[in-house]
Write a protein that binds this ligand. Structure first.
Ligand SMILES: *Cc1c(COP(=O)(O)O)cnc(C)c1O
Length: 426
């Protein structure tokens, strides 16, 4: 082997995987088993006490999932990762390590609709309070900081309008406040943006989207950048204080720069239980092998479709950061030079009714609530993903009544444009 560091595409195919030591299988096997036999009683005791790493029970870890974890950690440039059952599960597990009841976290208002719901309602019942800020106004994050703030949460490319977030500026606010920056990197994938390179301390993904990439398997992942010092000021007792579940060990002291990933596994996943099926881990790993190829095609197609829409007489505006005159184009050039992603919105001169009519006339685009599939997808956020918001909040989060969201697939761009043309024109 040369001592060259492998590039992104090589890591996407190989990171974390070895031929199976028992059978020689080259593709990562699906270890479809709930539990694993111990070598002897001492081995069992050391696994349970966190003195040794190894497999115990698939709710805590599984060899197929471990390959996925190592691969995504490598692609994101983190120290370790933890795979879980869905993107939402990743968000719960992350915040459970950081917040006590009565604590706060700051979140950008432009977010996946499901995350707005989760933060506003489900987390309130845990005593975790979300404080909203506006990623177009960095000072709004600073103003939101209080002594109870424990984290800042943003999306790198934000739903639904595909806007680009100034990760470095918000990371500066997080540093000053002494709290970790969590970046949901779902819409960008590490192929387009690696948030850790820009100051993120924790990266989360819905693997369901571009990483899996084929619209067939749910999953989520948490990547630990290894950058945050959890011992300061007793703010993060899950990491800094002795854990009664594990003979009084302190996770930060014992595990150093991957303590957060360990906490998520042994305190979050073990006790909350949202384990990823090894079958889904296998499907998502297979998807990741072609991530660089797919993502480039997604972006190139998205740019062509956005340009077509921008020139169409029925279209009032297009919000795609890859367009030269877009508000976020400067940020896109800095953070996502290979492409501005494949999820974006546009608005129709005919308003709500025109949006509903368009969605019903499209044939190649599937009308459904997902993004990041090989297939092109369309949805009207105001009546679906963002329907729980009031009108003002809809507009603020980029999901006004006249807005249609597209997730551009990897079909031939000419066919996508022809489908939009017939649906807009007829
Ligand atoms: C889909 C999505 C989620 C939630 O992920 P699930 O896998 O559906 O739980 C979170 N964030 C973003 C940006 C998403 O697109």
């Amino acid at each position: 082997m040369s001592d060259r560091l492998p590039g992104f595409s090589t890591l996407a195919v190989h990171a974390g995987a070895q031929p199976d030591p028992t059978t020689g299988a080259r593709a990562t096997p699906i270890y479809q088993t709930t539990s694993f036999v111990f070598n002897d009683a001492d081995h069992a005791a050391s696994l349970f006490g966190l003195q040794a790493f190894g497999n115990i029970y698939t709710r805590i870890g599984n060899p197929t999932n471990a390959v996925l974890e190592e691969r995504v950690a490598a692609l994101e440039g983190g120290t370790a990762a933890l795979a879980v059952a869905s993107g939402h599960a990743a968000q719960v597990v992350v915040l459970q390590q950081l917040l006590q009841p009565g604590d706060e976290f700051i979140a950008a208002r432009k977010l996946y609709g499901g995350s707005i719901n989760q933060f506003t309602h489900a987390f309130k019942s845990f005593g975790w309070n979300v404080v909203w800020a506006d990623s177009d106004d960095i000072a709004s994050f600073e103003r939101a900081v209080t002594p109870r703030t424990k984290a800042i949460f943003i999306e790198s490319i934000a739903n639904p309008g595909g806007s680009i977030t100034d990760i470095e500026a918000i990371s500066t606010v997080a540093r000053k406040a002494g709290v970790p920056l969590i970046v949901d990197n779902t819409l960008a994938s590490p192929y387009l943006i690696r948030p850790i390179d820009h100051g993120a301390d924790i990266v989360v993904h819905s693997l369901t989207k571009f990483l899996g990439g084929h619209g067939n398997s749910l999953g989520g992942i948490i990547v630990d950048a290894g950058t945050f010092d959890w011992s300061t000021g007793g703010k993060y007792p899950m990491l800094s204080e002795p854990r009664p579940e594990y003979h009084g060990i302190r996770l930060q002291e014992t595990f150093g720069n991957f303590a957060f990933a360990i906490a998520c596994r042994v305190l979050g996943l073990r006790d909350l239980g949202p384990a990823l099926s090894p079958f889904n881990a296998f499907m998502i790993l297979t998807g990741i092998e072609t991530l660089p190829l797919r993502m480039q095609k997604h972006c190139d197609n998205a740019k062509a479709v956005a340009e077509f829409l921008a020139g169409h007489p029925a279209v009032a505006s297009v919000s795609y950061a890859g367009l030269a005159n877009d508000k976020y184009n400067q940020l896109a050039r800095k953070y996502a030079p290979k492409g501005a992603g494949a999820v974006f919105t546009f608005s129709l001169k005919g308003g709500y009714d025109a949006g509903v009519s368009l969605v019903s006339k499209l044939q190649l685009f599937s009308h459904l609530a997902n993004v990041g599939d090989t297939r092109s997808l369309v949805i009207h956020p105001a009546s679906t993903t963002h329907s729980q918001l009031d009108d003002a909040a809809k507009v603020k989060s980029g999901a006004g009544p006249d807005v249609v969201r597209l997730s551009i697939g990897i079909e031939d761009k000419e066919d996508l444009i022809a489908d939009l043309e017939q649906a807009l024109g007829a």
